[in-house]
Design a binder for this molecule. Structure first.
Ligand SMILES: [Zn+2]
Length: 417
């Protein structure tokens, strides 16, 4: 009597879900998932990822920025590589899929290649980035920036809430911050950057689709608007004589909303308003509010910012106040590579899936590689569009579908030519 034992595929959605749960148990807070960069639980998660990568047939190393890198060699050793990556740090009270899914999926596709005894014309490097969320230290994307060769040395002096520097945290983690420049990888020899990530938004669910192809990671302009009028006594100053900075700001905020609504590709948000020295019996003389404008098109974003500045000036003039917008952050959009988007569409079609395209409203590690190597991302539907929240959820079926598409994409010989 002979029996055949069916091998469970490494890219099976249930296998991915088991690993998501295993990683989620590694937390600095026993009550919820909190795995800030370079923390003790991050170190444990990195060790687990090292183990999984080795089991999948990869050569593994930890770099000076705390990234875990596993290499699955090409048919010809030393050939060019494709990077598949995401991050294993989390926000406080996080969901278990954000970042972790991309790392687990990368390991799974290599595992599957290895079990099938397949080597590709290019090597695959799966990377678990150390610091995407930017929660512990002020700077963000430091793991992927180190690999892209754009790490700013001043970030080593950033300190956390307990006064621990990034430099010290890296040492405690087992990385050598003095060698951080060596973490930069040879991008000339890198064919593509690929990432699977949960959508963190409602678009895929609304369309009843498990997966989407990302066309761009939106650019953002952020800064502060300062409105200056004149403070006065709320009881004695007639309405007609007021130069109220707050009512002017209110009109400006509505104008910002109206401008963003006129353009389907732009979102604009005022998330913080402050009346310094405000009181119930004072007509506000000074208001400061934040402005965040995002778009997948730099042209559309810049046009929106210009229009908003013109609106602010007009409203300020009519209300006899002044308004000044100062940008503190300006990040262009990362446009996903057209050839990779095309190859992803083929892999989607091959699996009977609609190649639905969408932009990413949230930032991702791929931004570190903007303009350097071709970037491609696949989004996975998440329930209710909820993320950065313990309720974050992607189904095993959807995760398995993403791994399958990624696997087929790698086998498409024309994808990274
Ligand atoms: Zn993420």
């Amino acid at each position: 009597m002979s029996t055949t034992i069916e091998r469970i595929s490494a890219i099976d959605g249930n296998a991915l879900a088991v690993r998501i749960d295993e990683l989620a148990r590694l937390s600095d807070d026993p009550a919820c998932l909190t795995r800030l960069t370079l923390s003790p639980s991050h170190k444990k998660a990195a060790s687990l990822v090292v183990e999984w990568m080795q089991e999948a047939g990869m050569q593994v190393r930890l770099d000076a920025a705390g990234n875990v890198i596993g290499r699955y060699e090409a048919q010809k050793p030393g050939a060019a590589k494709v990077i598949i990556a995401s991050h294993i740090d989390t926000v406080r009270n996080a969901g278990r899929f954000d970042g972790n899914l991309g790392v687990i999926t990368g390991i799974a596709v290599v595992d599957e290649l290895n079990q099938q005894g397949k080597r590709l014309p290019f090597a695959i490097e799966v990377i678990a980035f150390s610091d995407e969320e930017g929660v512990r230290f002020a700077s963000t994307l430091s793991g992927s920036r180190a690999i892209a060769g754009v790490f700013e040395a001043s970030c080593l002096d950033d300190t956390d809430a307990d006064g621990v520097s990034r430099r010290q945290a890296l040492r405690d983690f087992g990385a050598d911050p003095s060698k951080i420049e060596d973490a930069a990888c040879n991008l000339v020899n890198t064919l593509a950057y690929l990432e699977v990530h949960i959508e963190q938004g409602p678009m895929l669910e609304a369309r009843n689709l498990p997966l989407g192809i990302v066309t761009a990671i939106n650019g953002a302009t952020r800064g502060e608007v300062v409105v200056k009028g004149e403070a006065g006594h709320s009881g004695t100053l007639p309405m007609s004589m007021r130069r109220d900075a707050m009512t002017a700001a209110a009109e400006m905020i509505l104008a910002i909303e109206a401008r963003a609504r006129r353009d389907a590709d732009v979102v604009a948000t005022v998330g913080r308003v402050e009346i310094p020295n405000g009181a119930v019996n004072i007509v506000p003389g000074l208001v400061k509010f934040s402005l965040d404008v995002r778009s997948s098109s730099d042209v559309a974003r810049n046009r929106a910012v210009t229009d908003i500045e013109a609106d602010l000036a007009k409203i300020a003039m009519a209300r006899r106040v002044s308004a000044q917008f100062t940008a503190s952050y300006d990040m262009p959009a990362t446009i996903c590579d057209a050839a990779i988007v095309g190859a992803m569409s083929r892999a989607f079609a091959q699996n009977g899936r609609e190649p639905f395209m969408l932009g990413s409203g949230a930032g991702h590690d791929g931004m570190s590689f903007r303009g350097r190597i071709p970037v491609g991302m696949i989004f996975v539907r998440c329930r209710g569009g909820v993320s950065h929240n313990p309720a974050e959820y992607a189904s095993p079926a959807d995760m398995g579908a993403a791994a399958r598409v990624l696997f087929d994409l790698l086998l498409d010989s024309g994808a990274f030519a």
